[in-house]
Design a binder for this molecule. Sequence first.
Ligand code: MF3
Ligand code: CO
Ligand code: CO
Length: 287
Amino acid sequence: MPRDSHGHLTPGRISPLRPVPPTIDRPEYVGKVGPAPYTEGDVFDEATIELIAESSRIASDAITAVGEAIRPGITTDELDRVAHDYVVSHGAYPSTLGYRGFPKSVCTSINEVICHGIPDDTVLVDGDIVNIDITAFTNGVHGDTNRTFVVGTGSQDAVDLVERTRLALDRGIKAVAPGRQVNVIGRAIEMYAKRFGYGVVKDYTGHGVGRAFHSGLIIPHYDAPQFDDVMEVGMVFTIEPMLTLGETSADIWADDWTVTTRDKSLTAQFEHTLVVTERGARILTDY
Ligand code: MF3
Ligand code: CO
Ligand code: CO
């Protein structure tokens, strides 16, 4: 079982690649070491925004399907199968599959794993928290979203962390308005997280999304005035705060993906893809 004697996660066995029907369009980076440079910007016309909304809907509904399968005793590889089958059966490509070598269709990040956990034969146990991060690609565009679930009955600390991380994302979303700098988002998130003494992860950020999985636009989740891009109507990006019960410094496993808190403290995340409108954010990955 991939847990050490303290119950901390260790790398498990990764199952063979799941096939995608040849009729489904792949993002350009699949089969290459990484994505081509992206220079087209983060503001889209209404027709493209509706396409991003379609991809976003598939990603969000796939998480709901995975959420219904979550229970003590299931492996993260089985959750990957649910995610993969949902996305593919809706005519979309699971964007993480083959992205910079990532081998699976969902990121499954348990307990001290901050993000980018790889589905494997790890068995979920009562009291775990697990983040499910799914990105779907269809009609040439991506939609990206994640949620954290409590497995069975969680500790009060775990339940509170999960709920307040969701509320921190809400605070960030409420700060979105055209004409404001993107740094207002992280300021709102950090201010809220600090109330509870939670750490805010700085090394991983929100990002522009649409024709590219990660456009180059950065949305920090902490107070960082140097990120001074001005939000515009039609701009599409994610907000995806990661909060911790302890320190925020991170370790990366030898798989080059799995990111954990160095002190193994519990961490939760929620993510939405949204578009900036005259009246604030329109969430494209709602549930
Ligand atoms: N979906 C993640 C994000 O929110 C990115 C996952 S990249 C992967 O940006 F390769 F780890 F899957
Ligand atoms: Co993202
Ligand atoms: Co994501």
